[in-house]
Design a protein around this ligand. Structure first.
Ligand SMILES: [Zn+2]
Ligand SMILES: [Zn+2]
Length: 646
């Protein structure tokens, strides 16, 4: 008999040779029908692999990340089989599962694959799948493996790097592939497949090697899942922040200025400014003080901070002055500058905490291939702040920062988030700087703050930086994608390196602890995520313009102006479209510009002193005729739903 421990901690006994599928059936037949993959003692196995020792078993369904991985990995085998059938003589190389699907890198030789072939491939993959072939693992000797692949230099290279005795093949139907395992029980579970695209890819990612063709695909256990996924992709394309940024005139990239250096257009700059004012106001209430520091700093500064040793070689290189051989670096981080602000005078324990905030622009080199819209840039502005406090104040400071972050998320419509607390790896104490006592204090402070604030959090051991534990927020957007936003990081390292101190109640000098925090992360990345999350329909308080007045004809120009003046008195941001165009065209264009309210004025409205209001995105039911005062009330009510007082 062997003892099998399940994830809930329960232990069941089985005879030796029991398979994960047997265990699943023992739990429940219904559950077993959904099990597609398994893990035993931290090793991915097949659901048909006999278990011979005691161990811990995890069973996966499609709903688990590991289940999807097995599903897509198996699908890539079926696609490879299909490709071999359609293009005889091709050489298969590697075909892993990836996020949202799989790919296979293939040397097509003299064959040529095009988009027009995708349908044919999909049909054949489904045909094979319907035949319910089992995936069966088989151990082979190195010599056997090399013989099978004697005409495939890629697989030969892979096999050469493997130890004899550890090599396995996977068979299904008439197809065999070199494979480590981790498959679904049979091909019958694959009910929908889509070949997504083809791209060039160098063998092993090295441009000195031969260029292969990467065939991307995805597959699902239900046709509906595929339909939903393709719709999601379409929606993501419509919401792509690079596309919306152009349509809404927010930002621009100029090759002359340089790659990865966004230019903020007037509307985008106004949006940024509104976000900055919003955060500054909350920070002021939370006791932060604004500071300003230069965009460059002496190389020595970053040598002191340790950033130069760590990132210097991969960064923008030092700027040298014409004389004296001075060297400056573009600021990659604001923290060293803020440490020197702290160092500008002596502090007593009564003065702490000090909270310095800055919308600080930093520059980091990214390879041109890595750049992506506003999410990966070479120059960006962090909503940065550094809190210098006593170790005993960490607890309160952490709670206050969490409050601020939650306020930011709430005001911007991010309702779905989780938190990750990264702590030490207790088996590797030498990896970390700072006393054990302080680490314990800081970790406990973070965990108790997360608990206290009712956060949905997980603790990740070993994920802390060498200089301190941290808390990260993971936010889910409207398309269900996860983004890391809002980091709070404890730091024992920089206070040491910059010899920061304060005079304690005992009249002796002590080291303060430092907290780095940025609720947005960076303005650029945050606005990109917000654009994609809201599709450009930002919360009303943040919109560049909240209303547009559309006159039915030039005759009502004067009344339109009167409405505008009244709205301005009530601090509603509005503009007028008096062009001699049809009202239908004006409405369509205003909708394209994501204008929240369209206020139509004509004869009736002028006579009664009213406006006809149309709320973007609520065709028909949003159309009402109201007075200006009533409209002001509508706007303020909508704003107060998202934007609360901090
Ligand atoms: Zn495989
Ligand atoms: Zn920092």
């Amino acid at each position: 008999m062997i003892k099998v421990t399940l994830p809930d901690g329960s232990v069941r006994e089985f005879s030796q040779g029991v398979t994960p599928m047997d265990v699943a059936k023992n739990i429940s037949e219904g559950f077993a029908r959904n099990v597609i993959s398994a893990n035993y003692n931290d090793t991915t196995i097949e659901t048909s692999t006999p278990l011979t020792t005691d161990g811990t078993l995890t069973l996966y369904t499609w709903n688990d990340k590991e289940g999807k991985k097995a599903f897509w990995h198996s699908s890539s085998h079926v696609m490879a089989q299909t490709l071999e059938e359609i293009y005889p003589g091709i050489k298969l190389t590697l075909g892993p599962a990836i996020d949202n699907g799989f790919y296979y890198d293939v040397d097509f030789g003299d064959h040529k694959i095009t988009d027009a072939d995708f349908k044919k491939i999909e049909d054949r993959v489904l045909e094979i799948s319907r035949e319910k072939h089992e995936f069966k693992m088989r151990a082979v000797t190195k010599a056997e493996a090399l013989e099978v692949y004697k005409n495939n230099e890629y697989k030969t290279e892979l096999i050469s790097n493997l130890e004899d005795g550890t090599i396995t093949f996977c068979d299904h139907a008439t197809f065999t592939d070199l494979c480590r395992g981790g498959h679904i029980p049979n091909t019958g579970i694959i009910k929908a497949v889509k070949i997504m695209s083809i791209a060039g890819a160098y063998w092993r990612g090295d441009e000195k090697n031969k260029q292969l063709t990467r065939v991307y695909g995805t597959s699902f256990p239900k046709q509906k899942d595929l339909t939903d996924y393709l719709e999601l992709l379409e929606e993501a394309k419509r919401r792509d922040h690079r596309k919306l940024g152009k349509e809404l005139d927010l930002f621009h990239f100029s090759q002359r200025v340089g790659q990865g250096l966004p230019l903020w257009l007037p509307k985008g700059a106004a949006l940024r400014d509104r976000l900055e004012q919003f955060l500054k106001k909350a920070q002021k209430k939370a006791g932060y003080e604004q500071v300003v520091t230069p965009h460059i700093g002496q190389k020595e500064l970053y040598v002191t901070s340790g950033h130069y040793a760590k990132y210097g070689a991969d960064s923008f290189q030092p700027i040298t002055t014409p004389a004296e051989g001075e060297e400056f670096l573009l600021k990659p981080m604001n923290c060293p500058h803020h440490c020197e602000i702290y160092n500008s005078r002596p502090w007593s324990y009564k003065d702490l905490p000090k909270r310095y905030a800055e919308f600080g622009t930093v520059y980091r080199y990214e390879q041109s291939g890595e750049l992506h819209g506003l999410t990966r840039v070479r120059g960006f502005t962090q909503d940065d702040a550094h809190i210098f406090c006593m170790p005993d104040q960490l607890d309160t400071e952490f709670k206050n920062v969490i409050d601020l972050v939650l306020y930011v998320f709430g005001s911007l419509g991010f309702e779905n988030f989780t938190a990750q607390v990264s702590v030490r790896d207790l088996n590797n104490p030498d990896k970390y700087i700072g006393s054990v006592e302080n680490w314990e204090k800081a970790e406990n402070a973070i965990i108790s703050a997360a608990k206290d604030k009712g956060l949905n959090y997980v603790i990740e051991a070993g994920e802390a930086a060498f200089y301190g534990p941290k808390l990260d927020f993971m936010v889910k957007d409207a398309l269900g994608r996860s983004w890391q936003l809002g980091t709070i990081q404890v730091d024992y390292n920089l206070p040491e390196r910059f010899e920061l101190s304060y005079k304690g109640a005992d009249d002796k000098l002590h080291r303060p602890v430092m907290i780095h925090r940025a609720p947005f992360g960076s303005m650029e990345r945050f606005i990109a995520i917000l654009l994609e999350h809201t599709a450009g329909n930002f919360p009303l308080w943040l919109m560049p313009e909240q209303a547009i007045i559309l006159s039915l004809s030039e005759k009502y120009e004067k009344y339109a102006k009167k409405v505008l003046d009244l709205l301005e008195i009530h601090e509603i941001r509005a503009l007028i479209d008096n062009r001699n165009e049809t009202i239908g065209k004006k409405i369509r264009e205003a909708e394209m510009q994501k204008m929240p309210f369209m206020l139509i004025v004509g004869e009736e409205e002028e006579k009664n002193g009213t406006i006809s209001v149309r709320r973007n995105g609520q065709e028909g039911k949003g159309n009402i005729t109201v007075t200006i005062e009533e409209f002001v009330k509508i706007v303020n009510e909508e704003i107060s739903k998202t934007l609360k007082q901090f």
